[in-house]
Design a protein around this ligand. Structure first.
Ligand SMILES: *[C@@H]1O[C@H](CO)[C@@H](O)[C@H](O)[C@H]1NC(C)=O
Length: 408
């Protein structure tokens, strides 16, 4: 009895007060970037919002499947493409990418610097982007040169034979340190004209290591028998945590090295319907969260993730306000010929491992915490990987089924 009461007190402490959470919420989305003050953080916020929108579109297309995305990578690929369109089309693309609020005359330089800081090896994140273009389009050299000068990557000219596949796959594999192979699973269709491609890899290191790796534990899915999956586990694990009754979930922010964090959004009930959480996600919401979560020590249990996921984002991007442009694709700075986008290829490879540089304390030291709180990611959940200094969203995903945790 006494134990339950104490736990409730503790729980209410963790409850994020609604007033606190909504204080700084902007009325219109135009204000979102006001929170962020430097060109880099503004761009990171815009790209995160683009990522959340894209994630929602992708999730809405098939609510029953797991989804993994790297918004930074997709945004970077599309920004390269935007250098080849008319001013009018650029406006449409910038709106979809959420760049339209930035008023950054140095946008491309800002993006280049941001990407380079995010790809620092200590963060465990890497990405590569390239536009593939058929040679028969009679490509305009100025575009190829401009992209190469700006981003250090020349769009790849496709000759139209079987050799293209190997050339593309080799390039992406090499750029991601061997981590993202076979970005194109099979030979390109004959009519391939324009294909933006983005690949991302993430394997961050926790700050605090997990002493138990690969412990088999139950993962529960609504209406199905639990499935045993490998979990990592640690007592007295320092996290930031809070319960948000408005979206019915408990959130834990687990620190990783070099300023990266992984956020878990765990529904209070076992459900595959994460709509409430998905709808709440904006750059500002997550920034507020990071300021309102409470530092606690918990008995932390996380699933081991080892995922390789690839998808064509063209339909989802079309839903994000690009349908008009896509219907009459203008790429006038790339080619004078009529042309269509064939697909937008995206591949994400991600792993979590128990390693970390620090050890959890052996005694619970947090003041006022006399009972052990447990945070056990043992049912469908949503996660974010965020770079805290810039606010950039490196990865976003939701796992609806235990078999999607280990899919290579
Ligand atoms: C999922 O949850 C949302 C919000 O609670 C609800 O509106 C929607 O109908 C649910 N979807 C399904 C398929 O149950």
């Amino acid at each position: 009895m006494k134990k339950t009461a104490l736990l409730l007190v503790l729980w209410s402490l963790l409850c994020l007060s609604h007033a606190q959470m909504t204080d700084t919420e902007a009325d219109g989305d135009e204000e979102v970037v006001d929170l962020f003050t430097t060109p880099h953080t503004k761009l990171a916020a815009a790209t995160s919002d683009f990522g959340y929108n894209l994630f929602r579109q992708l999730a809405a297309r098939d609510p029953k499947v797991s989804v993994f995305l790297s918004p930074m990578s997709i945004s970077a690929a599309f920004t390269q493409l935007s250098m080849g369109v008319s001013e009018r089309a650029e406006k449409q693309i910038y709106r979809a990418l959420r760049y339209h609020t930035l008023q950054d005359s140095q946008l491309h330089n800002t993006l280049k610097e941001l990407l380079s800081s995010l790809r620092a090896p200590a963060k465990g994140f890497n990405s590569a982007e390239r536009i593939l273009l058929a040679r028969k389009l009679r490509l305009k050299l100025e575009y190829l040169n401009n992209v190469e000068t700006q981003y250090g990557v020349r769009p790849q000219t496709l000759m139209g034979g079987a050799r293209d596949l190997k050339a593309v796959n080799d390039w992406f594999k090499q750029k991601t340190g061997g981590k993202v192979g076979q970005i194109l699973p099979s030979a390109l269709p004959r009519n391939t004209a324009v294909l933006p491609v983005g690949a991302a890899y993430f394997k961050g290191k926790w700050v605090t290591r997990f002493s138990k790796a690969n412990k088999m534990d139950n993962f529960q899915v609504d209406g199905q028998a639990p499935v045993l999956i490998p979990m990592m586990e640690q007592e007295n694990y320092p996290v930031k945590m809070g319960n948000d009754p408005d979206i019915g979930c408990t959130i834990a922010q687990v620190p990783m090295q070099d300023g990266v964090s992984m956020y878990f959004f765990l529904p209070d009930e076992v459900t595959q319907n994460l709509t409430m959480i998905e709808e709440a996600l904006t750059a500002e919401f997550v920034q507020d969260l990071s300021n309102t979560l409470h530092a606690v020590q918990v008995h932390l249990t996380l699933p081991v993730i080892k995922v390789s996921y690839s998808t064509d984002l063209l339909p989802s991007l079309s839903d994000l306000g690009l349908s008009e442009w896509l219907a009459e694709t203008d790429l006038i700075k790339i080619t004078s010929q009529p042309v269509k986008l064939n697909a937008v290829r995206h591949k994400v490879v991600m792993e979590t491992a128990p390693e970390g540089t620090e050890y959890a304390s052996t005694t619970t030291t947090a003041r006022g915490q006399s009972l052990t709180l447990a945070y056990n990611v043992d049912r469908p959940f949503l996660f974010l990987v965020r770079d805290e200094p810039s606010g950039a969203l490196l990865m976003i995903g939701k796992v609806l089924s235990p078999r999607d945790l280990e899919r290579v």
